[in-house]
Design a protein around this ligand. Structure first.
Ligand code: ZN
Length: 132
């Protein structure tokens, strides 16, 4: 993956993690351009398979494509930043991200989006969290 491609992904994401929506400016570590479908699952370097992810989300997602929905205990695919709408799958309140459907719940669980330190940071940032 070349620098031009990484730059295009960052621009498309407005420098926000496409999973938890945190902005790059709050972290000193550069966010990763990740494969939504990992290469080991035949994912490609095509634009529609690349997303910007903070190090927390990227580390927990790893090569996962699915997880177990904590409500139904059913195998459920993860949120896909290129084909799914964030606001249709998640809500944010008091720093906590809530999954609004099976895909949202499963993604929150697999990516450990509500780890205490992540909630504390969002509480501090929430007034401007969705400001572009
Ligand atoms: Zn994230």
């Amino acid at each position: 993956m070349d620098a031009k491609t990484r730059s295009a992904v960052r621009t498309q994401a407005n420098d926000r993690c496409e999973y938890c929506r945190i902005h790059q400016r709050y972290y000193r570590f550069t966010f990763h351009v990740e494969h939504i479908v990992a290469k080991q699952h035949r994912g490609t370097d095509a634009d529609d398979n690349l997303a910007l992810a903070c190090h927390y989300c990227n580390r927990h997602k790893g090569p996962n494509l699915a997880g177990i929905d904590p409500s139904s205990d059913k195998l459920t695919r993860l949120f896909h930043p290129r084909t799914d709408s964030w606001k249709s799958h998640f809500s944010l309140q008091n720093g906590r991200i809530t999954g609004l459907c099976d895909i949202g719940r499963t993604t929150v669980e697999v990516l450990n989006m509500n780890a205490p330190e992540r909630i504390r940071l969002r509480v501090l940032l929430e007034p401007e969290f969705f400001v572009q």
